[in-house]
Design a protein around this ligand. Structure first.
Ligand code: GAP
Length: 450
């Protein structure tokens, strides 16, 4: 069962209240299912992406980075099969409301028998395949020859650069190319806040392996990617791996497993880990007439590598980390909302607060803050009662608070408060930076575990 205390409404409301995520174009009434990230949202999502880069590139020696363009040659989408096959079955209500639905989603609730419109009970049209790619035109003339697509996945930018990267990075299979970037899909039914939107960010790896090793690497990547989420504090009983049935597999995949998270709306996909075989390189070789294969310089052996693809959503991941961190508790008769982020994900690591706005405390606190922010993202806040300032920091998930008080002015020590245990300890200002860096590097388990 999902966490009772966490509803999507509470997450949306906290995101708006504290400036994580806003409805896009709000002053014009908003653009449906499109969102803008505010200050704390940007910092949080950047930390999610930075942790991904750290684990898939920095801490490995078999993966390199790429940043390909969003607009690609239109032949790409013929070769990849997206032009033909990247479709969802669309049905429209023929009754009162005329709403459009995904037939496969409706079938999940009504596996057999006639489907009806969930909104008004009206009859539904026959399904038709609706292509999810957004199209636009390049240059001033809008004809068929100028038609281009916004990429629906970052993956194809990697495949078309396979040869470049293999040559210039001097890599041989097994090796991977990692990329983070925007992707666009004209989803029929976006929803659940930033879970399913029409513009989103992906974090994808295409990992090229000798064909005989593909099954083994698929298993390894499933383990590695599950561990990434739990190492960042996500509760393991809220994560599961689910293998796709034959009827669910994408056109390119011979086996896929999803990492799913227990969101407020139930178990839903966070990341897909697919065995794409040699489908993509073979298709691009055929359409581009380039040889996309590996030739062993020693033995002369040649083969088309198979591809293992761990493909994660940056927005979906960020949402899952928020849901997992969200907590409410009563402290001395007062309700507190707190985001219990892993410290490495928290948008702000430390808040420096003068207890009172006098006796030189604000000036001293500013000095401490100016010093700390060279080491980690920090905030300085003088506005409102100390309780109110702490509640604000709890709601944005700041793991540590430093209070400058009367005693600080006498002995250069401060109080260090822990977000989760609420423990307060006294520490010399001279030791503060090092102590916080030590805590930031330490292993961390969510206090919500168990
Ligand atoms: N290259 C493979 C691929 O794109 P996918 O399962 O369609 O696979 C991978 O997408 C991940 O991208 C998903 O697990 C999800 O996290 C994210 N994603 C896909 N569609 C999304 C959408 N409409 N809104 C937000 N995230 C999305």
């Amino acid at each position: 069962m999902p966490d009772d205390a966490v509803t999507m409404e509470k997450i949306v409301s906290l995101c708006k209240r504290r400036g994580f995520v806003f409805q896009s174009s709000e002053i014009y009434g908003g653009l449906a299912s499109t969102y803008d990230y505010g200050h704390y949202g940007v910092l949080l999502k950047s930390n999610v992406k930075a942790e991904w880069w750290r684990s898939v590139v920095q801490e490995r020696d078999d993966t390199v980075a790429l940043d390909a363009a969003i607009l690609m040659h239109p032949r790409t989408w013929e070769a990849s099969g997206h032009l033909e096959g990247f479709t969802d079955p669309l049905v429209q209500c023929l009754g009162k409301c005329k709403r459009r639905w995904r037939e496969d989603h409706l079938r999940e609730d009504t596996p057999e028998g006639e489907l009806k419109c969930p909104e008004c009970g009206g009859d539904l049209s026959e399904p038709r395949n609706f292509n999810l790619m957004f199209e636009t035109h390049m240059g001033p003339v809008q004809d068929e020859g100028s038609q281009v697509f916004l990429r629906p996945e970052t993956a194809q930018g990697i495949f078309v650069n396979f040869k470049n990267v293999m040559q210039f990075a001097r890599k041989r299979p097994p090796f991977g190319i990692a990329q983070v970037g925007k992707a666009f899909r004209n989803e029929i039914t976006p929803g659940n806040f930033v879970f399913r939107t029409r513009e989103f960010e992906q974090m994808e790896i295409e990992f090229f392996v000798p064909p005989d090793d593909a099954v083994e690497w698929h298993g390894r990547w499933m383990e590695d990617r599950m561990r990434w989420y739990t190492d960042l504090g996500m509760r393991s009983d809220h994560l599961q791996l689910r293998k796709h049935g034959e009827d669910e597999l994408s056109h390119y995949s011979s086996a896929t497993s999803d990492i799913e998270y227990l969101f407020p709306m139930g178990w839903s996909e966070l990341e897909g880990i697919a065995n794409r075989g040699d489908f993509d390189l073979t298709q691009h070789a055929k359409f581009s007439r380039e040889k996309l294969e590996y030739v062993d310089p020693g033995s002369g052996e040649r083969f088309v590598p198979h591809v293992i693809e761990p493909s994660a959503g940056a927005d979906r991941g960020t949402l899952a980390f928020m849901v997992d961190a969200y907590d409410e508790e009563e402290i001395e008769g007062r309700e507190r909302v707190v985001l219990r982020f892993h410290p490495r994900l928290a948008p702000v690591k430390v808040a420096v607060l003068p207890l009172m706005n006098k006796e030189g405390q604000p000036e001293k606190a500013r000095e401490v803050y100016t010093d700390l922010r060279k080491r980690m993202p920090a905030e300085f806040d003088t506005g409102g009662s100390i309780g109110k300032r702490y509640r604000r920091q709890d709601e944005i998930g700041t793991p540590w608070g430093v209070t400058v008080d009367h005693q600080t002015m006498e002995d250069d020590t401060v109080t260090l408060r822990d977000r989760d245990s609420l423990d307060q300890s006294r520490i010399a200002i001279a030791d503060l930076g090092e102590e916080l860096e030590r805590r930031l590097a330490a292993p961390w388990t969510s206090p919500k575990t168990g």
